[in-house]
Design a protein around this ligand. Structure first.
Ligand code: ATP
Ligand code: MG
Length: 334
């Protein structure tokens, strides 16, 4: 038992807390344990794409670049989601990880039920062939230049167990679906940029992937042609049921999908969700700030600047919302 301090001065020094059942310290440790356990609860298990605190650090010539800094993202089955963000914000880094071409430094990532941090080399190859399809900005990355459109679409199926007759039928159906049946016997050099990208989508869909990843697929096209590529992706989404994640700089394109997620400094920072009225005449866009699993919210810079908010804010819990107040004399309570 600790004895009573003899005078007031010593009483100001708090006694060292005992770590035993019922002590304050034990309660604190128990609380930390509960928090850690909660953090381990399976997260987004039914999502098609799940990124949990994804970190990717590149180290080149002794300089570290933190391309992803704890990125969280959940995409539901069948969604068509746009990703936007400034150059260098980490969009392609994320897409390369989701495509199985790169591995995160830390964090977890699951796509279509595959834990991408735990794949063997063989499983990774299978994952890239069957579970995901990708379309990149540069068409030379999407199509082999010496093969025709027909042969390009057939190629991924030759590495899978699809029967020869079924392969031919599917290649024909896909070229047809994306409006490029007339390019079947042409090599990429004999097609327009828009046709090349639509053949690239057909090729990416050949093995019926669960997820289609597209990194600026319209980056080298004019606006009108870009619209046709987006129509093709929407067709893939609605007709073939594939979940799509598409990086774009084109506001017209990001403005036409239901959900647009913004990445800033290697993290998802906000998202816009659009909905249509029942009679489909008016659409409504609502911007959300994201809450990460630790409860952190990134407030938009323009809102912070408007109210001269720095360092800290005062929070007030209201029955149906939380008030965020600047820490200035006029806003202090009492
Ligand atoms: N292989 C690499 N080695 C070193 N640094 C890299 C590598 N890949 C990307 N980075 C860096 O990581 C950061 C994020 O790059 P990333 O390519 O993901 O950006 P982005 O959002 O796709 O940009 P953009 O819109 O220009 O395509 C950048 O600072 C980039 O320089
Ligand atoms: Mg990029």
């Amino acid at each position: 038992m600790a004895s009573q301090p003899p005078d007031g001065a010593e009483a100001a020094v708090p006694p060292r807390p005992a770590v035993g059942p019922g002590s304050t310290a034990a309660a604190g440790i128990a609380e930390l344990g509960r928090e850690a356990a909660a953090a381990r609860v399976p997260h987004g298990t039914d999502a098609m794409i799940m990124c949990d605190r994804l970190v990717r650090i590149f180290a080149t010539d002794g300089v570290e670049v933190q391309a992803l800094q704890g990125l969280d993202l959940l995409v539901a089955r069948g969604e068509l989601t746009a990703i936007v963000g400034a150059s260098g914000s980490g969009k392609s880094t994320l897409m390369n990880i989701l495509a199985g071409l790169d591995e995160p430094t830390a964090g977890s990532v699951r796509v279509a039920g595959h834990d991408l941090t735990a794949l063997t080399t063989r499983e990774r190859t299978q994952y890239r062939r069957k579970a995901v399809g990708f379309v990149w900005q540069q068409s030379e990355r999407n199509l082999l230049p010496y093969l025709t459109a027909w042969q390009n679409v057939l190629l991924p199926m030759q590495f899978s167990a699809v029967r020869r007759t079924a392969r031919g039928r599917r290649a024909g159906e896909l070229l047809d679906l994306f409006g490029v049946a007339h390019c079947a016997d042409r090599t990429p050099a004999m097609m327009s940029g828009g046709e090349q990208q639509r053949v690239a989508i057909a090729t990416a869909m050949a093995n019926e992937p669960a997820v289609l990843l597209a990194d600026e697929p319209t980056g080298e096209l004019d606006t009108e042609t870009a619209g046709t590529i987006f129509d093709a992706m929407r067709t893939a989404n609605t007709e073939l049921g594939v979940t799509i994640l598409v990086v774009t700089h084109d506001p017209m394109l990001s403005g036409s999908v239901r959900r647009t997620v913004a990445i800033r400094d290697g993290r998802t920072s906000s998202e816009i969700v659009r909905s249509h009225d029942a009679d489909d005449t008016r659409s409504r866009a609502v911007e959300y700030a994201l809450v990460d699993r630790a409860g952190r919210v990134q407030l938009p810079r323009d809102m912070l600047d408007e109210l001269h908010i720095r360092e800290r804010v005062r929070l007030e819990a209201e029955p149906d919302h939380i008030g965020v107040w600047p820490d200035t004399a006029e806003h202090r309570p009492g």
